[in-house]
Design a protein around this ligand. Structure first.
Ligand SMILES: [Zn+2]
Length: 413
């Protein structure tokens, strides 16, 4: 048993969130033309609360400084279980959020029996909206892929990637393709396949505005299939806020758009129980949301922003030892994590040493973790704008795409 007592933020927040009485099934008074669905992968209530505690510590006081989306007028809670497990994976949760149907863990856009499910993005595209899909991880990773692809296995990256250009959607952005030439490097390069389908691939966010139609924005070549963590990046790295700003500029048009934007590496940091990195990722995600909030202020009657998560990761809690000085140690993440390679030639020893340093820093910051994997608690849903009243109360994650369609006046079935 751990010696310290954990103060479970998630449980406490359950008590303080006003469970809205406006869980109405009434359609919005005016249908939104511009819809944003932000997904913080692994971003449960505790990830938000720990970040807000850190932001208050930066101001020198015990408290909670709201992230921009925490100020949204409507807050709901969504259950996240998959068809075959209390604890979902990102592909099953992504499928719930994109198609309104449960599936088994590791399946993507496909029912447990193998029937193909259709993402609302296809319905919205047919209804005349431009579609944007963006992430900080590979564009063919589970969450973004759930909005354009179907596969029996989320790890069938090349087959998933082939469905990206076939979707004909307008804007994609993120890390590069995970297996661009297939598992055995023997398939046509997906970049060429996309180009042949009319996509322009750009590696600079400023270049997006020079593209007339159908763009894929990827980070610089040879930098891998994900963006660096916010806490680690250098000035020339592509960022989620840059991607979001570019998406808004590119997608903005008279008929409207739907944009799914994922902060994919909050989850990765939480799998590593790396508190400082998860806090920086959550702030970066919130900075991306801020671009949508700025857009909302220009079009308040026609914009809907929803911010949620696919699941919580790590079973995070702020423990009783947390204080202002401890939380400020978040800023000292990079130095203590470096492990001298010459001292630890063995890979496992280096990994163990790094984990020990992360655990030590967690203790000093005042963060406790109960898992290296996802957990089964409900996730928050924050909403603002036209149709946002549909997102109060407690419901299932499969209800989210149904309510988006209802708000937009687009038939779900
Ligand atoms: Zn995960």
């Amino acid at each position: 048993m751990k010696k310290y007592v954990l103060f479970i933020l998630g449980c406490a927040l359950w008590l303080v969130i006003p469970l809205s009485s406006c869980q109405t099934q009434q359609p919005a008074s005016k249908a939104p033309k511009y819809v944003f669905l932000f997904i913080g992968d692994g971003m449960g209530l505790a990830q938000v609360a720990a970040t807000e505690a850190y932001l208050s510590a930066k101001e020198g006081a015990v408290g909670s400084k709201n992230l921009p989306f925490s100020n949204f007028p409507v807050i709901g809670l969504a259950t996240t279980f998959s068809a075959n497990h209390y604890v979902t994976c990102s592909s099953a949760a992504g499928t719930a959020l994109s198609t309104g149907s449960k599936t088994n863990n590791d399946m993507l856009g496909m029912a447990p029996a193998g029937d193909t499910l259709t993402s609302i993005t296809y319905k919205l595209k047919r209804a005349g909206y431009k579609i944007g899909i963006a992430t900080t991880v590979g564009v063919d990773h589970a969450t973004p892929a759930a909005f354009y692809a179907s596969s029996g296995k989320r790890s069938s990256y090349y087959d998933i990637a082939l469905q990206l250009p076939a979707s004909n959607f307008d804007f994609f952005a993120g890390g590069d393709f995970i297996k661009p030439s297939g598992k055995n490097n023997d398939r046509p390069d997906i970049h060429h396949v996309a180009a042949e389908a009319g996509y322009t691939i750009v590696r600079d966010h400023a270049a997006v505005s020079g593209v007339a139609e159908k763009v894929i924005l990827l980070q610089a070549e040879n930098k891998g299939a994900e963006l660096p963590y916010a806490i680690d990046r250098t000035d020339d790295d592509l960022t989620l806020p840059q991607i979001t700003a570019a998406a808004i500029k590119f997608l903005d048009n008279e008929k409207g758009f739907f944009a799914m934007i994922e902060g994919g590496k909050i989850d990765w940091a939480c799998h590593s129980n790396d508190g400082a990195t998860s806090i920086y990722e959550t702030i970066d995600f919130a900075n991306a949301v801020q671009h949508a909030i700025d857009f909302y202020h220009r079009h308040p009657d026609e914009t809907l922003i929803i911010v949620t998560a696919d699941h919580e990761t790590g079973g995070l809690a702020l423990n009783l030892e947390a204080d202002v000085d401890g939380l400020l140690l978040v800023d000292e993440k990079t130095t203590p994590y470096e492990v001298d390679v010459s001292t630890y030639m063995d890979k496992n020893a280096r990994r163990q040493e790094r984990q020990n340093r992360i655990a030590g820093q967690n203790r000093k910051i005042g963060l406790g973790w109960t898992s290296n994997d996802h957990t089964g608690s409900p996730v928050p849903v924050y909403a603002i704008g036209a149709g946002s009243e549909l997102f109060g109360g407690k419901y299932d994650n499969t209800d989210i795409p149904k309510r988006i369609c209802r708000a937009m006046g687009v038939a779900f079935q």
